[in-house]
Ligand binder design. Structure first.
Ligand code: HEC
Length: 134
């Protein structure tokens, strides 16, 4: 008597395919979560570390209004900043802005801040819309 090879023989393959598709789905949703999380972390760090000067009414905002105009005075509303520029300015300073060294602001934190400031406005806006919520 032979055993039926089909039923049991098929199983590992099906299981493999299922595991693979779960892994792919997981990777995709993790990727998306990652960037939402990074935007949130970057935003929080920006508010803590840069917000003092760069939110409405801060020295940075006032000086940037003078140099670049009101439209480009709030870093969080800019769409023309690049990661390289944000990092460079933060490390070396500019006019009234003091340089921030790697002890004060470690690279991984600056990466998150630069990531946040250079996200498409839609991603940052979607995020700030939660601010009004209780
Ligand atoms: C003590 C106040 C202060 C703090 C803290 C500060 N800045 Fe600034 N920042 C300024 C001022 C003032 C200017 C404008 C200088 C000028 O007139 O060019 C500026 C300018 C900039 C610019 C240049 C914008 C442009 O278009 O040229 C960037 C980018 C920037 N800041 C990023 C940051 C980031 C990121 C942080 C936090 C890690 C930060 N700043 C913290 C005061 C500050």
């Amino acid at each position: 008597m032979k055993r039926n090879p089909l039923g049991s023989g098929n199983w590992p393959f099906r299981f493999g395919a299922l595991a693979l598709s779960l892994a792919i789905a997981g990777a995709i949703s993790r990727g998306a979560d990652d960037s939402v999380q990074k935007v949130e972390q970057g935003k929080k760090l920006f508010q803590e570390r840069c917000g003092y000067c760069h939110r409405a009414g801060g020295t940075g905002t006032i000086m940037l209004t003078r140099r670049l105009g009101k439209d480009r005075s709030l870093l969080e509303e800019r769409t023309d900043l690049t990661v390289a520029y944000v990092k460079k300015i933060t490390r070396v300073g500019i006019n009234g802005m003091p340089p921030h060294n790697r002890i004060e602001l470690p690279d991984p934190e600056l990466d998150l801040i630069a990531f946040y400031l250079t996200r498409p406005a839609s991603l940052r806006a979607a995020d700030t819309s939660k601010e009004g919520a209780p």
